[in-house]
Design a protein around this ligand. Structure first.
Ligand SMILES: [Zn+2]
Length: 86
């Protein structure tokens, strides 16, 4: 999913952080992807508040879906571990 930068009109990406990925694993990376700032190659990090409200609500909806997926994944992994221990 690509959004346009409100400053220069270029495509923005989700920000990413290797540190967060290492600390929190897949779930941490998912959470960061869901709630981290967008990043423009020219302007750097763009806070969500600078995007038009239409884009913002889309991003927030996607973030919530992603967070739910991350939690489901986490529960799935824990459940698998419990099953395997028996
Ligand atoms: Zn830009």
């Amino acid at each position: 999913m690509a959004h346009k930068c409100p400053r220069c009109g270029d495509a923005v990406q989700r920000g990413h952080s290797k540190g967060v990925q290492m600390a929190g694993g897949l779930v941490g990376a998912l959470f960061y992807a869901a709630f981290g700032p967008m990043e423009c190659k020219k302007c750097g990090k763009i806070p969500l508040a600078e995007f038009p409200s239409e884009v913002r609500s889309k991003v927030i909806t996607n973030s919530v879906l992603l967070a739910v997926a991350a939690i489901a994944l986490f529960i799935g992994v824990v459940w698998l571990l419990v099953i395997m221990k028996k």
